[in-house]
Design a protein around this ligand. Structure first.
Ligand code: ATP
Length: 361
């Protein structure tokens, strides 16, 4: 069987524990020799030791690998002189240098997981947020201006090219899914504030233009403030949501909270040639090194990685392995075999990984 090189950055805090857990599960799911994990330095701890958050060797290995798996990065108090966090800079640098323009956040309520939205338990929440990842309000990170200690400004950047490609990604994704749980309709919802800013009106107009190539998929619009209400009141209406960078960042944490929280929510940052997969959570320094973190988000991110690789490499074996990993996680949680603490259980990180590994059977 083919061997795939996975550039692996454990990072800081709970990063090493959840990465090891995901590697245990992925190795078992794919069979020996299929995945070669190349362990790489990077993150806030590495910055403290060396002055570099993303060493050049790590960047080169990520660029040359088949995919990138990351635990988490960031440590309290490790900040640049301008006050911004060092840890975040690891994946931001990879994001820009490898052009990972679509940040994909599945929001799916698994059987056995309690949602604060009780009415939708049993399959009522299953949508994907596609967050534009390289421009929007975060485009000016590091280049904002603070004038005379009186005025601060950052610029919102929307380009035709950046919006077209992320809109296309969202419509292509909707074409592969089964539609919204409520009505089975394939639908892309554009999340913006087109009523307030020209830049968002432009974002919406370009999404509309891209919709012209996808007549079978419905298009829908929601203002960023209104969608926070809809995501709680009628989450079953959503199939794919495409959003500007900052709005996507904010609504994906809200979505995660409706399906069990950050410890269960996977993410992929995907470009045309490279992709990075990591749990949606941060490095959780408050629980690091205690074997109590949930590895579920990283394991499910690993399954996303297998699916992305399966498509690119035309390898049906990897797609089947991804399905087995998701089914095993579902079975372990639904049957209460090993429920992590953030979901109300008492299983340790290593116990959850072992239970999922065994459930792959
Ligand atoms: P970042 O800004 O880097 O995303 P954050 O400040 O939002 O990070 P997290 O590191 O995600 O914060 O942690 C937020 C809370 O969620 C913490 O109390 C942490 O313990 C908890 N948490 C995060 N990830 C997990 C996990 N995998 N398992 C259990 N609890 C977690």
């Amino acid at each position: 069987m083919a061997q795939y090189r996975i550039a692996t950055i454990e990072g800081d805090g709970i990063g090493p524990e959840v990465t090891q857990a995901a590697m245990t599960v992925l190795r078992e799911a794919c069979g020996a020799g299929t995945l070669a994990f190349q362990m790489l330095e990077g993150g806030a701890g590495h910055y403290q030791r060396s002055g570099e958050v993303l060493p050049e060797e790590t960047f080169a290995a990520c660029r040359d690998a088949d995919a990138i798996l990351h635990g988490a990065a960031g440590l309290p108090g490790v900040v640049y002189p301008d006050g911004t966090e060092v840890g975040n800079d690891l994946h931001l640098r990879l994001r820009f240098r490898l052009d990972l323009y679509a940040n994909v956040r599945p929001i799916k309520l698994l059987p056995g997981v309690l949602s604060p939205l009780r009415a939708f338990e049993g399959g009522g929440i299953d949508y994907v947020i596609v967050r534009e990842n390289t421009e929007g309000l975060y485009a000016s990170r590091g280049a904002g201006v603070v004038l005379r200690d009186e005025i601060a400004s950052d610029s919102l950047v929307i380009t035709r090219k950046g919006t077209e490609r992320v809109a296309r990604f969202a419509f292509d994704l909707a074409a592969k899914r089964n539609g919204a749980p409520k009505d089975g309709q394939s639908r892309v919802t554009v999340c913006d504030k087109a009523n307030i800013l020209r830049s968002y009106a432009f974002f919406r107009r370009i999404c509309e233009e891209v919709h012209g190539d996808h007549p079978g998929i419905a298009i829908d619009y929601a203002y960023a403030d209104a969608i926070t209400v809809h995501m709680l009141k009628r989450p079953d209406f959503y199939d794919v949501i495409v959003a500007e960078n900052m709005f996507g960042d904010i609504i994906s944490d809200l979505g995660a909270a409706t399906v069990g929280g950050m410890g269960i929510s996977p993410s992929g940052e995907i470009g045309d040639a490279h992709a990075l997969f990591q749990g949606a959570h941060g490095s959780a320094p408050d629980i690091a090194g205690q074997d109590v973190a949930s590895p579920v988000a990283t394991i499910l991110s690993g399954a996303m990685m297998l699916r992305w690789l399966a498509d690119r490499k035309n390898d049906a074996g990897l797609a089947a392995a991804a399905e087995r990993v998701e089914a095993a996680v579902g079975a372990v949680l639904a049957e209460g075999r090993a429920v992590p603490r953030d979901l109300g259980g008492s299983a340790r990180c290593t116990e959850v990984a072992e239970a999922v590994r065994r459930a792959l059977g």
